[in-house]
Design a protein. Structure first.
Lengths: 325, 292, 323
């Protein structure tokens, strides 16, 4: 077990380095950000001065080396536009994105698994078919479109929920969170649902597919032959087997949720990292882009590692070696 | 007695789902619309001379010059939404399908080669695939577009780079299984050229999962392109896809002029759902584990 | 001896897209307490479906369409779901073919045994665990405490099947249906399992229905044999009667196709032809296409003839020479 962990850690660190290199080359190597920051009729001296200040005249590998050294110290450069440390800007907005992402994942699990189980148990009933049809929609609709629809229906037409923005926040463990206030919760529901819809559909389909496969398995028939109640068979025998692939996928999807929050944050004007990054891309504010990517990549690596660990806990076949006769 | 060929059996099983057949019909319809958009549209929305700015933001059903009816309303520039949708469908479908085709070609070749030659080639390729698939496609697309800039060709390149990994992984998995089978051994014994073995023997047997991945990916590509255009990093204004149309109409949602965003949105929805319906049934039919 | 289980003219049909499959088409037999009945037939003969019909676990699109299954005098066909659940595992138990597939891979052995106990009796976990341990000792499994804490994949095939037998014996059922329980095991383990099962049934008075395609297995184990072909019982009798003096040409063919030790170089015998598909069974004797004794009379379905009490055959031209 320990060997496995160490190996995965080393792999993760290598992956981080590779990605940082790619990101760096891709972002810093192409195009010239100076052009955006200076008015078109700047003198060549001003151009050179800004270039020097921003360190853009050094050779590429030197820039990268400096970048890595600074990164390890936690300094990813200052935003070209805001003149504040990029990492600080990103981390300030991290709690908002994180809160949104976690809420979406919770919704995906709490709604997706029961609905998927139902669709798997009674595939030909009205409820089962509706759930599957709904999941196809949820899967196909681009997130931004659903967001628009949600705003139109719940905010404009019905007026039940606020359309944009984040509600009141409360400080918890140094982070500002909004789901603990009523107003905060009201603002959180629509964006979280929007972000979650794709995942809910995914979970429903995975769960249902798992149900269909597992229900045909011999051990289910055998469980009935032992005289177990349907309840026990479904909720213990079947569920545990289904959870394994679902949990794996969900774990990996957490990173994807954080990435797609970019879209939801744009639609709902949610003050998270995503909105910051989109603007940064449009004006080529590279430190912000790089800081965002590094934070996100770090999170992915950590999440993937955690999922691997979780997997060994849930599936005993992975953890324990089979005995020889 | 009816001769039961695999193709016929496949068609019969596919047709079991009415929804899938509806999806297939819709896809065919959309394809036709996309091809003949200039002929079908009552107005060419990108010809400034055909537009009358006075007709801007009209609700659906309003009348226009020369007895033309704006069936779905107009946008701020006086463009007929219906025409814009027809042209937009063309671009969205075109970009989606083209990028999927290129990604399929690239991914398939790489996946086959990795599986066939094995060893270091395989390990290297799979590392690359894993790293790339570890990132959500939108993130990869954003990075690429921030580097490449705007334009139809850049979007297609970005989409191809995002997608090839899915194809490569699917093909490699199947190819690895097939590689161990007897007919491959036989082909090697006959000392056929590598090229022949890979493309004439291995490839046809790897098709089923490839087809499934392809349908899913086309829908995914279309949705991704729409999302990117909506965020403002996608196609330029001169060639608006449905995503851009929706984005343009976003600001009017809150003031009640829903039609500018809603109808392009519905068109996008129908397209993606139709493709997914077909893909769903394909997956069920081609999945060996569900066969009793 | 009164029969504890009596199957009368059982019919279980599968209503598929391609047509009706008459998997079990008029099967009758009885088992008395403490006796072993061997239900013999090749794949597709309907023997497994018969077993599932008795315990009420026929999967759709199949269902019992006719006949009766009398357990202690009461008919099981048409009984309510909850009533059948109470019988399953406690009064009528079943052992499946492949224990790797029948034990849930993600649950521990003790979990799977304790739940089988608690499904039918109110008992504490400690009491259930003790009972499970004792039963594991009964089937000859060494170090039962360790086995209880293990997962199925940590045990060998023979051990897993012993666990399955133990689970079947937990409530001291009246009938155990064993569906090819040794087919997936090594030959040496097979013998051990057979021995254990035989001993247990004799000691506890449990009736045993042993479903198999292997005549050699039933020869040493069963008291009576039922031979099935294409959904019908074609011959029934005591093990000596059936194996020494088979009446049905199919039974005779089966016996003759067993490779014998003392005829080196001689050609192996086999029954010509293949098992018919149960989908478009023509009326009449299903075996006639492969039978050398068939004639025009066999185009009608042969009725059950009972030359002696407890001895029956479904054939117009039964063989009378000794095998």
């Amino acid at each position: 077990m320990a060997l496995f962990l160490i190996r995965r850690l080393i792999q993760s660190v290598i992956a981080l380095f590779v990605v940082s290199l790619i990101v760096f080359v891709g972002v810093y190597g192409i195009g010239n950000p100076v052009d955006i920051l200076i008015s078109p009729d700047a003198t060549p001296e001003e151009l050179r001065r800004v270039t020097r200040v921003l360190g853009l005249d050094r050779p590429m590998w030197e820039q990268y080396g400096l970048f890595v050294v600074n990164a390890l110290r936690g300094d990813l450069g200052n935003s070209f536009i805001h003149s504040q440390p990029a990492i600080q800007l990103i981390l300030e907005r991290f709690p908002a994105t994180f809160e949104l992402a976690i809420s979406a994942m919770l919704l995906a699990v709490l709604l997706g698994i029961p609905l998927g189980m139902w669709a798997g148990l009674r595939p030909n009933g009205i409820a089962g078919r509706t759930i599957m049809a709904g999941s196809i929609l949820g899967f196909s609709l681009p997130t931004f479109w659903v967001g628009l629809l949600l705003i139109m229906v719940f905010a404009v037409q019905l007026g039940w929920l606020p359309a944009t923005g984040r509600g009141e926040t409360v400080e918890v463990l140094g982070m500002r969170l909004s789901f603990l206030t009523r107003d905060g919760l009201a603002h959180l529901i629509l964006p979280a649902l929007n972000l979650a819809l794709f995942k809910i559909s995914l979970v429903i389909r995975l769960t249902r597919a798992g149900m269909r496969e597992v229900l045909l398995a011999d051990y289910v028939k055998y469980a009935y032959a032992k005289g177990l109640t349907e309840r026990r068979v479904i909720f213990v025998h079947v569920l545990k087997n289904i959870l394994i692939p679902v949990v794996t996928v969900l774990g990996l999807e957490l990173g994807s949720v954080i990435a797609y929050s970019v879209v939801t944050e744009s639609v709902f004007a949610w003050p998270g990292m995503g909105k910051l990054v989109i603007d940064a891309i449009n004006i080529l504010d590279r430190p912000i882009i790089v800081a965002y990517l590094m934070v996100v990549v770090l999170m992915f690596t950590v999440i993937n590692l955690a999922v691997d660990l979780l997997y060994t806990v849930i599936d005993p076949r992975v953890r324990l070696k089979p005995a020889s006769a | 007695m009816k001769i039961d060929t695999p193709l016929r059996r496949f068609a019969a099983e596919f047709s079991e789902s009415r929804l899938a057949l509806i999806g297939l019909a819709l896809c065919a319809l959309l394809l036709l619309i996309a091809l003949f958009a200039p002929l079908l549209a009552p107005q060419n929305p990108y010809d400034p001379r055909a537009l009358s700015i006075l007709d801007g933001r009209l609700p659906p059903g309003s009348g226009g010059p020369e007895g033309m009816v704006y069936w779905l309303g107009t946008d701020t520039q006086g463009r007929d939404i219906l025409s814009a949708i027809l042209y937009g469908l063309r671009i969205s479908l075109g970009v989606g399908v083209l990028s999927a085709v290129f990604a399929l070609a690239l991914g398939t070749v790489l996946g086959l080669l990795a599986a066939y030659f094995g060893g270091r080639t395989d390990a290297f390729l799979m590392r690359a695939v894993d790293i790339q698939l570890g990132f959500p496609s939108i993130l990869v697309a954003l990075i690429l577009l921030s580097v490449l800039g705007k334009g139809v060709d850049k979007i297609i390149i970005a989409l191809v780079i995002v997608q090839w990994a899915y194809y490569a992984r699917a093909v490699r998995g199947t190819a690895l299984v097939e590689r161990g089978k007897d007919y491959m051994e036989a082909a090697r014994c006959l000392a056929l050229r590598h090229r022949d073995i890979v493309f004439r023997h291995l490839l046809p047997n790897c098709l089923p999962p490839l087809i499934v991945v392809a349908t899913v990916q086309v829908a995914h590509a279309i949705a991704l392109e729409a999302t990117l255009s909506f965020l403002g990093v996608g196609l330029p204004i001169s060639e608006p896809s449905l995503g851009l149309l929706i984005a343009n109409g976003f600001q009017f949602m809150l003031s009640g002029k829903y039609w500018v965003s809603l109808f392009p949105g519905i068109a996008l929805l129908v397209m993606i759902v139709a493709i997914n319906l077909v893909g769903d049934q394909l997956r069920d039919v081609l999945n060996p584990r569900l066969r009793k | 001896m009164a029969a504890i289980l009596a199957v009368e003219a059982l019919q279980t049909h599968f209503f598929t897209r391609e047509g009706v499959v008459r998997a079990v088409d008029g099967v009758s037999f009885e088992v008395a307490a403490g006796r072993v009945l061997g239900l013999v037939g090749e794949s597709g003969s309907g023997k497994s479906v018969t077993g599932f019909s008795i315990i009420g676990l026929v999967d759709p699109p199949g269902r019992i369409v006719g006949g009766r299954i009398r357990f202690k005098g009461e008919d099981l066909v048409g009984r309510g779901k909850e009533e059948m659940r109470k019988l399953r595992g406690s009064r009528i138990a079943m052992i499946f073919q492949d224990p790797m597939m029948t034990l849930n891979p993600v649950l521990r052995i003790d979990t799977q045994m304790i739940e089988a106990l608690q499904a039918h009796e109110r008992m504490s976990e400690a009491a259930a665990r003790a009972r499970a341990r004792d039963t594991l000792g009964l089937v000859g499994l060494p170090a039962p405490d360790e086995r209880l804490r293990a997962y199925p994949h940590q045990l060998s095939g023979g051990m897993r099947q012993r666990v399955a037998i133990a689970i079947a014996m937990l409530h001291r059922p009246d009938v155990i249906i064993a569906d090819e329980p040794t087919t997936a095991l090594d030959v040496t383990i097979q013998a051990q399992i057979l021995f254990e099962v035989q001993r247990l049934c004799r000691e506890s008075g449990t009736a045993l229905i042993w479903i198999t395609h292997d005549l050699a297995v039933v020869a040493g184990l069963a008291d009576e044999i039922c031979v099935m072909y294409a959904g019908k019982v074609v011959e029934h009798g005591s093990v000596d009667q059936v194996l020494d003096a088979p009446l049905h040409p199919y039974t005779r063919g089966l016996l003759e196709s067993v490779p014998r030790r003392n005829r080196r170089g001689a050609r192996l015998r086999q029954i010509a032809g293949m098992t018919p598909s149960l989908l478009d069974l023509a009326p009449g004797c299903a075996f006639r296409a492969r039978c050398q004794r068939a004639d025009a009379a066999c185009e009608a379905t042969p009725p059950v003839a009972e030359p002696l009490p407890g001895r029956s055959v479904r054939c117009f031209h039964p063989t009378v020479e000794r095998a």
